[in-house]
Design a protein. Structure first.
Length: 299
């Protein structure tokens, strides 16, 4: 795949709101098959498109990329053929199967912008749209449809359509639901909802952190601060973002030949023996393991 084709592929993934990890080689110590500037993308199923090294290096990039996608983070990955001490600012991985060179690869998670639906056209609703857009969120007017791909529903309609919007957002499992209201009116609205009390507890009413906000802009800031706080909580990482195509946590396995950690996904090199699936960093390790197993059976 050419660099241009890879970039076009990445743009299509962004447009389709599909998470991926972009990897670029920034250092290559010979002998390596990759060179600085080589690029690849890691998809949610572990597929690697592009080139950042041979099969053993790709196995490490796949495993690290799938884990990185869960955190929505960046990483400078150093893959070395010999054990090395930890290095500040780098994730160092010993890959015994490398041909002798060392690679450093900058990896960046590319996740879809969180989707926020805002109900209402009040000054606070308008301020929330401005603040959310400035934060890079995908802010849209509340529609009541496709809520399964929405990360937050904010209701600032001051009494118009609040109950139906709250009920629909809860039914769709929207991670953050907030309503702008005074404590007294918020309590009255929640009490009017004929739903399970445990579900009601998921509604932030009044929404926002208590920062003494007064102006619409300050209220909007307090609401998005609360959204950020909840999205960064460990228990909510798996919901960042909440998409039908969101990356699932990837299991790992140990290559029984070289003892390298690899991703236990169908796109990794693997072999099934007596009902057990074994994962490997490269065909060489797989072939050695299969051959030794066959020898043991025939002995």
């Amino acid at each position: 795949m050419t660099t241009r084709a890879l970039h076009e592929r990445a743009e299509r993934l962004r447009a389709d709101r599909i998470p991926f990890v972009h990897a670029r080689v920034v250092l290559a110590e010979k002998p390596t098959s990759a060179k600085p500037g080589d690029e690849a993308i890691v998809l949610m199923d572990g597929t690697i498109e592009g080139f950042v090294g041979g099969q053993c290096a790709q196995a490490t990039v796949r495993a690290q990329g799938l884990e990185l996608m869960q955190r929505g983070d960046t990483m400078l990955l150093r893959i070395a053929p010999n054990p090395e001490p930890d290095q500040s600012g780098k994730t160092v991985v010993h890959n015994a199967c490398l041909s002798g060179g060392t690679l450093e690869i900058f990896m960046e998670s590319v996740l879809p912008a969180p989707v926020v639906h805002i109900e209402g056209d009040s000054p606070i609703a308008q301020a929330m749209a401005c603040v959310g857009s400035a934060l890079g969120y995908d802010v849209q007017p509340y529609s009541g449809t496709d809520l399964n791909v929405v990360d937050a529903v904010l209701i600032a309609s001051h009494g118009f359509g609040e109950e139906p919007a709250l009920t629909s957002a809860l039914a769709a499992g929207v991670p953050y639901i907030g309503m702008i209201a005074s404590p007294k009116r918020a309590k009255a609205v929640l009490e009017s909802l004929d739903i399970d009390p445990n579900l009601k507890s998921r509604i932030h009413a009044p929404a926002g952190l208590d920062i003494g906000a007064r102006t619409p802009e300050e209220v909007a800031l307090s609401v998005f601060a609360q959204i950020i706080e909840e999205r960064r909580a460990p228990s909510r990482i798996r919901e960042l973002p909440l998409l039908t195509s969101a990356p699932a946590a990837a299991a790992t396995a140990i290559d029984p030949i070289c003892q390298m950690t690899v991703a236990a996904v169908p796109t990794s090199i693997h072999a099934e023996i007596d009902g057990t699936t074994w994962y490997f960093c490269c065909p060489g390790c797989r072939d050695s393991f299969v051959a030794s197993h066959s020898t043991a059976v025939n002995a």
